[in-house]
Design a protein around this ligand. Structure first.
Ligand SMILES: [Cu+2]
Length: 233
């Protein structure tokens, strides 16, 4: 199997469930014989889910993966040891609402720029957004995709360093509560994780130094594909 762009390999996923964490089995890579992959998850209020047999995930691979003997076993109601996905979601909604209200009056003088997501291809819908140095900006981020995304505005030239930090977050227990935003001085401003169909408005002062400031999604596996840029003139 040939891989590039941070592809995870061959795995089984439940794409409808992204909180409290994406449901993925451990990925298989390279040439090998049969391995067993298993995972458990809470379906919450969902009436229907998909079991996706994925080759690639987060990048591009060539090769063949075989999946056989898929079994789904009901484990009964989730117990208290499961991190509360509803509380996580509510916190997120409250944060968005309060920011939205605050912006409505106080930031009417801001220049509005729009960023969306092209569904299913892990890409923002704009390759760049242009603003003037030092002006007040309102970035309206609409998540028009079927999965969660965030958007970090970085110091120029720091995308690879940020990608390395994003990859490290895969094993960090606190990653979700941090919205998958690495703790780094390279992050100038960020839009937190936004659920499918939701919008988040971020108000910030554009950098005073002209340049090309990368915008990237650091949700696991996304950063290599999901990039845009804030061009400051
Ligand atoms: Cu993303």
């Amino acid at each position: 199997m040939y891989k590039r762009q941070n592809a995870l390999g061959a795995l089984i996923a439940v794409p409808e469930i992204q909180v409290p964490r994406p449901v993925l089995t451990i990925a298989s890579k390279g040439t090998g014989s049969w391995v067993q992959a298993r995972t458990s998850f809470d379906t919450g209020q969902l009436e229907q889910i998909s079991i996706a047999c994925v080759l690639g995930s987060g990048g591009v691979v060539t090769g063949t993966a075989w999946f056989d003997d898929l079994t789904l076993t009901e484990l009964g109601p989730a117990d208290e040891r499961v991190t509360d996905p509803l509380a996580t979601t509510l916190l997120h909604v409250v944060a968005q609402t309060s920011v939205g209200l605050a912006n409505a009056d106080a930031d009417s003088d801001a220049v509005v720029i729009q960023l969306g997501v092209v569904p299913d291809v892990m890409k923002y819908d704009r390759t760049e957004l242009t603003v003037r140095a030092g002006e007040k900006v309102r970035l309206v981020f609409r998540n028009t995709d079927h999965m969660q995304h965030n958007a970090l505005i970085l110091k120029p030239g720091r995308i690879d360093a940020m990608g390395a930090l994003a990859d490290q977050m895969l094993t960090d227990q606190r990653a979700l509560s941090r919205n998958y935003v690495p703790d780094s001085p390279d992050v100038l401003a960020h839009v937190p994780l936004v659920n499918p169909g939701e919008t988040f408005e971020l108000v910030f002062m554009a950098p005073t130094a002209p340049g090309r400031y990368p915008i990237v999604c650091t949700f696991p596996g996304h950063w290599r594909m999901m990039q845009s840029a804030l061009v400051v003139q």
